[in-house]
Design a binder for this molecule. Structure first.
Ligand SMILES: [Zn+2]
Length: 162
């Protein structure tokens, strides 16, 4: 028996205070593992835009769900309603979770693993291995390839000598 399953889940999601695992459920009929997260009610949160002090401003309206790396071969889904904050400089801001890339339905760890799989097989095969649709994988691939391309330093590139 895993004595500290919650700890394992927190580590795999890069969670630390004030974020915490509220509960985990296994649904055999799906089958899938569901992880529910929250953030401590009274925790102070820095403004995601300017880093300044904020006041808490409730939560986003709808729960978000991210696909995480499979656990014991069962698809694993992370559920969370992320908090909002009120910053005196920036207004109301949505706080992102430590494991997410903005607007992605997959955790960063899932995306990292998917990139590794896609590096060694065609996307259609990777989609089967990851039990994920090809379109989502293509989106993940495009995002990280474009990001790597944007971040390439072109300062050192010199005009070739004639
Ligand atoms: Zn701010």
């Amino acid at each position: 028996m895993i004595e500290d399953f919650t700890n394992m889940v927190e580590k795999s999601l890069n969670l630390s205070e004030p974020w915490y695992v509220k509960g985990t459920e296994f649904h055999l009929e799906e089958p899938a593992i569901h992880i529910f997260l929250d953030i401590r009610k009274r925790a102070k949160i820095a403004c995601p835009k300017c880093g300044g002090e904020t006041k808490r401003y409730g939560y986003e309206l709808h729960e978000r769900v991210w696909r995480h790396g499979d656990c014991m071969f069962y698809p694993t889904l992370v559920h969370c309603r992320r908090p909002k904050v009120l910053c005196p400089n920036c207004g109301v801001q949505q706080v992102n979770a430590p494991f997410e890339r903005k607007d992605s339905r997959f955790t960063l760890m899932f995306e990292g693993y998917a990139m590794l799989i896609m590096a060694s097989m065609p996307i259609a095969k990777a989609a089967k291995a990851l039990r994920c649709d090809e379109k989502s994988l293509t989106n993940i691939l495009n995002y990280w390839v474009e990001k790597a391309f944007d971040e390439r330093k072109l300062d050192d590139v010199k005009k070739p000598c004639n």
